[in-house]
Design a protein around this ligand. Structure first.
Ligand SMILES: [Zn+2]
Length: 288
C-alpha cells in the first residue's frame, strides 16, 4: 500500500508519493495542478510503479480557506482566473484513497516536530502569500475546534491597512507576499512589481523600499511579541518563501526588538529545517 501527500501552496504544489518514506516527489504550479487535479495525479502515478489501487491514504493541505463540509477550497491568490475561485478538493481526491484535509500550518509544525527542528512547545509560522501558525504544546498537536488554530495573519497590529480578508490593520496586510506591494504603494506611494524587486531596491538603498521593509519589520516585531506572550513557545520555526528568502532582514534583525517587547521569555527562532517541505513531511505523519 502507498500514501499520497499533496501540499497546495500559493504558487507551487508539491506531490509526494511512497510507502514508508517518500519515493517520488513532484512539483508543479498550483494553477496548473488545480486546473485538473485528477488527471495531474494520474499523470504523476504513471511515472511510478504505483497504480491508483495501491494508494491507501491521501493527505492534502492547502494555503487558503477551506470549507470542510462542502469539501471545497478557495485559493487566495489564484483568483484572477475565475474558474479557480472555488475548487472541489474532496470529489477529485477521494477517488484515490482515504482522504484527510489538513490545515497547512498544522501539517508544517508536525513535519518539523517529527523530522526537523523539534521541541515539545513549538510554533511554526509561515510568511508566504498569507501568514499562519501551527502549534505543538506539551508534545501534542493543537488543531482548534474547526482545524483552524493559529490564524495569526489576521491579528490586529498597529495600523489600519485593509487585509485580503476585508479586515483592517491585520498582520497580513503589511507583511504577507500577497499584500506587501500594496502596503508599499499605499503607505509610501511607491509601486514595486514584485517582492524580488522591492527587496532588490532595499539592497540598493532605495529610500521608499527601506521604509516599506522597515514597516514590515515593525509589524513583524509586534506580531511575534504577541505570539510569544500568548503561547509561550520555546522555539519558533519559520517557513514560507517571504521568511526564508529574507530571513536575516525580516527575522534575525528584529530579534532584539522582539525580546524587548515580549513579556515572556524569548524563544529560539530558527528557519525551517525542511525548507519548503515541512508541510509535505507533516502530511506524511497523518498517513499509515
Ligand atoms: Zn485579515
Amino acid at each position: 500500500m502507498a500514501f499520497l501527500c499533496i501540499d497546495i501552496g500559493g504558487t507551487n504544489t508539491l506531490i509526494g508519493l511512497g510507502n514508508g518514506d517518500f519515493e517520488e516527489k513532484n512539483r508543479m504550479k498550483s494553477k496548473d495542478f488545480l486546473s485538473d487535479i485528477e488527471s495531474n495525479i494520474t499523470k504523476v502515478l504513471e511515472t511510478t510503479d504505483y497504480s491508483k489501487e495501491d494508494i491507501e491514504d491521501v493527505a492534502v493541505a492547502a494555503a487558503g480557506p477551506m470549507d470542510r463540509e462542502k469539501g471545497v477550497f478557495y485559493p487566495p491568490n489564484l483568483s484572477d482566473s475565475s474558474e479557480l475561485d472555488e475548487i472541489e478538493l474532496e470529489s477529485s481526491l477521494e477517488k484515490f484513497g482515504d482522504l484527510q484535509i489538513i490545515n497547512d500550518c498544522t501539517a508544517a509544525v508536525k513535519g518539523e516536530y517529527e523530522y526537523g527542528k523539534s521541541s515539545e512547545n513549538m510554533v511554526y509560522i509561515t510568511i508566504s502569500s498569507g501568514i499562519g501558525l501551527g502549534a505543538i504544546f506539551n508534545g501534542d498537536l493543537v488543531s482548534g475546534a474547526d482545524g483552524n488554530f493559529g490564524e495569526v495573519g489576521h491579528m490586529k497590529v498597529n495600523g489600519d491597512l485593509e487585509c485580503g480578508c476585508g479586515g483592517l490593520g491585520h498582520w497580513e496586510a503589511y507583511s504577507s507576499g500577497n499584500r506587501m506591494l500594496k502596503m508599499a504603494e499605499e503607505l509610501f506611494d511607491k509601486r514595486f512589481d514584485s517582492a524580488i524587486q522591492l527587496f532588490e531596491a532595499y539592497q540598493n538603498q532605495d529610500y521608499k523600499a527601506e521604509l516599506a521593509v522597515q514597516k514590515m519589520k515593525e509589524v513583524n516585531s509586534e506580531a511575534l511579541a504577541n505570539i510569544i506572550n500568548l503561547y509561550n513557545p520555546d522555539k519558533i520555526v519559520f517557513g514560507g518563501p517571504v521568511a526564508l528568502n529574507h530571513y536575516s532582514i525580516l527575522i534575525e534583525d528584529i530579534e532584539e526588538k522582539v525580546e524587548e517587547m515580549a513579556v515572556n521569555k524569548m524563544p529560539e527562532m530558527v528557519p525551517a529545517e525542511l525548507e519548503d517541505q515541512s508541510v509535505l513531511y507533516g502530511l506524511r505523519t497523518f498517513c499509515h
